[in-house]
Ligand binder design. Structure first.
Ligand code: GLN
Length: 204
């Protein structure tokens, strides 16, 4: 069996424990990230929902903003985590959002998200959710609510405007771990040949 994936969850504020629980249930090793050095050796990173202004302020305070910008692995951003990654904040994701654009806190709601290529919809928990206003050309839409994008992929970034960690449906996290596994394998493929491969070549 292959080694478990090491996934960091930014643990400054918000729903980081819930993400950690889902990721552990799916077999990942989880690191709660509070300082830049904790990003070392991670295969992937999750930015949870919460309050984006607070997360951005704390990330700046602990120099995690620069560190996250320098992190090369796949990143899952949910709700406030998606806001933190957008064009107006860290600028890693090629999209713009309107914060709290589905209404006030009392208007938080659950709804079925249509997933591209899947018959079974995914129950989405929307809590003062950001609404995607504009997407770059390279961003693909993986999930929609009433025809509007709510789950998108921009290269190594997977972004949801809802909270996939608050239901028992683990499909968003599974998809993220597949992206992480694929990128980790690419890295292995570009390593120099191992001793084992050398031996085979010599013996042939
Ligand atoms: N409204 C929050 C913000 O703007 C996001 C809400 C959430 O993450 N559930 O940061």
């Amino acid at each position: 069996m292959s080694a478990p994936l090491n996934i960091g969850v930014l643990a400054l504020q918000g729903a980081f424990r819930e993400h950690a629980r889902v990721l552990r249930a799916l077999g990942a090793e989880v690191v709660e990230v509070r300082v830049p050095s904790q990003l070392d050796g991670l295969d992937g990173l999750v930015l949870p929902g919460g309050e984006s202004t607070t997360i951005v302020r704390l990330a700046e305070l602990y120099r995690l903003d620069e560190a996250i910008c320098g992190f090369a692995g796949p990143i899952l951003g949910t709700c406030a985590g998606m806001i933190v990654l957008d064009r107006e904040h860290l600028g890693l994701a090629d999209l713009s959002v309107d914060r709290n654009a589905y209404g006030r806190q009392v208007r938080s709601f659950e709804a079925d998200v249509d997933l591209a290529g899947e018959a079974e919809p995914l129950r989405g928990v929307f809590i003062r959710a950001p609404r995607i206003r504009a997407l770059g050309d390279g961003v693909s839409v993986l999930g929609e609510l009433d025809g509007e994008p709510v789950l998108v992929r921009d290269g190594r970034l997977l972004l949801a405007s809802f909270h996939p960690e608050l239901t028992d449906d683990t499909r968003v996290h599974e998809r993220f771990l597949e992206m992480v596994r694929a990128q980790a394998h690419e890295g292995e493929a570009s390593l120099p040949p191992t001793n084992g491969k050398e031996e085979i070549r010599v013996g042939a």
